[in-house]
Design a binder for this molecule. Structure first.
Ligand code: SF4
Ligand code: SF4
Length: 475
């Protein structure tokens, strides 16, 4: 998508796209020190951060019917969403759920661009609203940070840097523990914390690795995650279009830019300047170091800092706010309000259909998943009493939040099941295996492979009917 501002001379060649703000001509990292953001939208982002942190730190403690609200246990292949456990056997549900999720992401991005990145992405929230704020608090605004970084190591510099990194490690430890809680559950995480590392070495190492990872991401990688690593960021190039909402510089209104003292006195003169006074504040506050006046760029994480900075300038020079604003390329070019594109409507229809299918599958999901397989390598046995027997392995998965006892019956009572071992007891959201013989009178076995149905009962409630085959001699 080309979103070049045609009113800005010298950028038709898009030279600014040949370099990134965080790498110098020698290929070395340029450390960004964005100016402290402030303003109306930033205040709103502070509130959004409170809500995000409240959700992030409280979800692992919330239970529904004794189950976590959200748990993604990739080690035990157990996933709990809204208190509902999902197992590998639910792969159809999972597959449709993933497609629905991706369509939602596509739809959202087609319409709202990187809105998520600026307001709710954990990377942005933690980096810009916590780690960066700690930096401002200890080292001061951008200018003081630059000065401190280039100054020799004095006692004051050592004190500031030590304090900053100590707090960074502390926050990394906290985030790591909660990340673990989302994976293995809050009880297990508390257990790991309360016992000696030797007693739960893998859990201890897991927390250590997460802590190191978060510390590295928020102190060294920083904006590089959004600029170069995050796959969602990379997707922007194919998802955003001329009608996508984003942070836009209104070049029709802003150009030709010019310093305020070079403006003609009569602002109604034919050669009047645009509203941009080229103060570069929008560039100085940008946490990814870009100049939004060049047009939309992949590096923009929609943090709104440039909007606030420019609005403050507009206030001071008595011009209307919104020279930089939420808008689409189309709406800026045509100077019309932002509206949804036909592509967005089409995606919405697909999304609604997928949500409907997913909801139906979740609501009609059986409480128990039963897999019955004939024991490999076994044919059939002819009993002295004239019965034909087949041996089966059966595996049960209990998807409910209560332990249950199951019994098996053959549909229409054409045969009898002889369970080997004690009754079938399933712990809540647990698995159980069993072995059974199925005996069918010889006169009812009419084919070499007779299709039969086994009914699974929880007390008197029929919870599932499973199809299998019964082998017997050809009559
Ligand atoms: S902050 Fe506004 S006025 Fe200043 S350079 Fe940026 S767009 Fe122009
Ligand atoms: S261009 Fe503006 S909205 Fe985009 S990252 Fe920079 S400051 Fe944030």
């Amino acid at each position: 998508m080309s979103t070049i501002n045609p009113n800005i001379s010298g950028i038709y060649d898009e030279e600014y796209r040949d370099t990134i703000a965080t790498v110098d001509a020698n290929g070395k990292r340029v450390w960004l020190h964005p100016k402290k953001p402030k303003g109306n939208l930033h205040n709103k982002r502070i509130w959004a951060t409170f809500i995000f942190l409240l959700i992030f730190f409280s979800v692992p403690f919330i239970k529904i019917n004794g189950q976590p609200l959200l748990m993604m246990n990739i080690f035990d292949r157990k996933f709990v969403i809204f208190g509902q456990a999902f197992f590998p056997q639910d792969f159809v549900l999972f597959g449709i759920g993933m497609i629905t999720f991706f369509v939602f992401v596509i739809l959202f991005t087609v319409v709202y661009g990187r809105f998520w990145c600026g307001w709710a992405c954990p990377q942005t929230v933690f980096l810009e609203m916590i780690f960066r704020k700690i930096e401002y608090w200890i080292e001061g605004d951008a200018r003081q940070q630059h000065k401190l970084d280039s100054s020799p190591w004095t006692a004051d510099k050592i004190r500031k840097k030590t304090l900053k990194h100590f707090i960074y490690i502390l926050f990394s430890v906290i985030i790591a523990h909660f990340t673990m809680a989302y994976i293995i559950g809050i009880e297990q995480t508390i257990k790991i914390v309360s016992i000696s590392p030797k007693e739960h070495l893998s859990g201890f190492i897991g927390i250590l690795v997460f802590t190191g990872l978060f510390y590295f991401v928020f102190t060294r990688l920083r904006e590089q995650v959004c600029i170069a690593i995050c796959p969602y960021g990379r997707l922007q190039g194919v998802l955003v279009g001329r009608n996508t909402m984003g942070i836009m510089y209104d070049f029709i209104r802003g150009e030709p830019r010019g310093k305020i003292n070079k403006m003609p006195e009569n602002s109604h003169s034919e050669n009047k300047h645009g509203d941009c006074i080229d103060c570069a504040l929008c560039v100085q506050v940008c946490p990814t170091g870009i100049d939004i006046r060049n047009g939309t760029q992949l590096e923009c994480i929609n943090c709104t800092a440039c909007i606030d900075a420019c609005d403050e300038v507009m206030d001071k020079i008595h011009k209307p706010k919104g020279l930089i604003k939420y808008a689409s390329v189309e709406s800026v070019e045509k100077q019309v309000p932002f509206k949804m594109s036909p592509r967005a409507y089409a995606y919405s229809v697909v999304l609604l259909l997928l949500i409907g299918v997913e909801a139906f599958l979740v609501l009609s999901r059986s409480k128990v998943e039963t897999t019955i397989m004939r024991v490999p390598g076994q044919l059939y046995q002819v009993q002295k009493n004239g019965l034909i027997s087949n041996l089966y392995n059966v595996q049960f998965v209990n998807k409910t939040s209560e332990p249950i006892d199951l019994t098996l019956k053959v549909q229409n009572n054409i045969g009898a099941i002889r369970l080997q071992g004690s009754q079938i007891h399933l712990p809540m959201q647990g698995r159980a295996d069993a072995v059974f013989f199925l005996d069918i009178p010889k006169n009812k076995v009419t084919e070499m492979k007779t299709p039969i149905k086994i009914e699974v009962y929880n007390k008197t409630e029929l919870v599932e009917t499973v199809k299998t085959n019964f082998l017997g001699p050809i009559q």
